[in-house]
Design a binder for this molecule. Sequence first.
Ligand SMILES: C[S@@+](CC[C@H](N)C(=O)[O-])C[C@H]1O[C@@H](n2cnc3c(N)ncnc32)[C@H](O)[C@@H]1O
Length: 219
Amino acid sequence: MPGLKDQLWYPPVEFDYSTSPYGPPQEQILDLLGTLEPGASIADAAGGYGRYGERLARAGYKVTIFDIDPAHMEEARRRAAALPEGSGEMHVVEADLVAGDLSRFKGRFDALLCTGLLYLAPMHVLRGAFHQMAGLLRQGGLSVVEFATDRERYDADGNPLLGADEQRYTRRQGELIMRRLHAETGIVGTKLTGAEIDLRYPYRYHANLIFASGTKVGK
Ligand SMILES: C[S@@+](CC[C@H](N)C(=O)[O-])C[C@H]1O[C@@H](n2cnc3c(N)ncnc32)[C@H](O)[C@@H]1O
């Protein structure tokens, strides 16, 4: 198990999961995935504690969370066990999306979801991670990725909390990166929408989110 330093994400605070530390799920993302057939399988790459996974499982989908952090995975498993009767499914798989090998899951999913991860990394790292994720999709599968841009994060005293090696992409860069990653992985019909996020707890966080979606046709 790699240590936290090997991850793309560094927790700046102790999380209280009941407060939804990354904000509520984005309705645009839920709407995009809501076009899937009932019971469709969704790979939630770096799905964390199940912020989206739980909602999607409650809506009847079969969600598999791939993540690396024990605390996030433990909370996701707790939520999976508490799903009400009649829900879909939520499974948790420990996986390193950067350095690991997900080839045994190749082509297995109707949809890919990735929120809160790629934009933290430099281009050569996020590129490899996205190629790995896109490989999870079957032909005709739907890809939905959140790419946060123009990010600002501060503690209560106004001190910047972005890690020294965290990336900070502009919206224009984020759009170009997502278009390029789609082209490289055979994802077509790219749609880019967006939303602004302004969280006040557990830290001050502001960003312009890009939601990139498309359909896998090749590679
Ligand atoms: C900001 S959280 C977002 C979680 C979730 N997608 C959401 O939106 O609520 C980033 C997640 O990426 C996971 N992560 C970081 N590096 C990873 C890696 N190399 N492989 C898999 N997951 C990773 C962390 O454990 C964490 O759950």
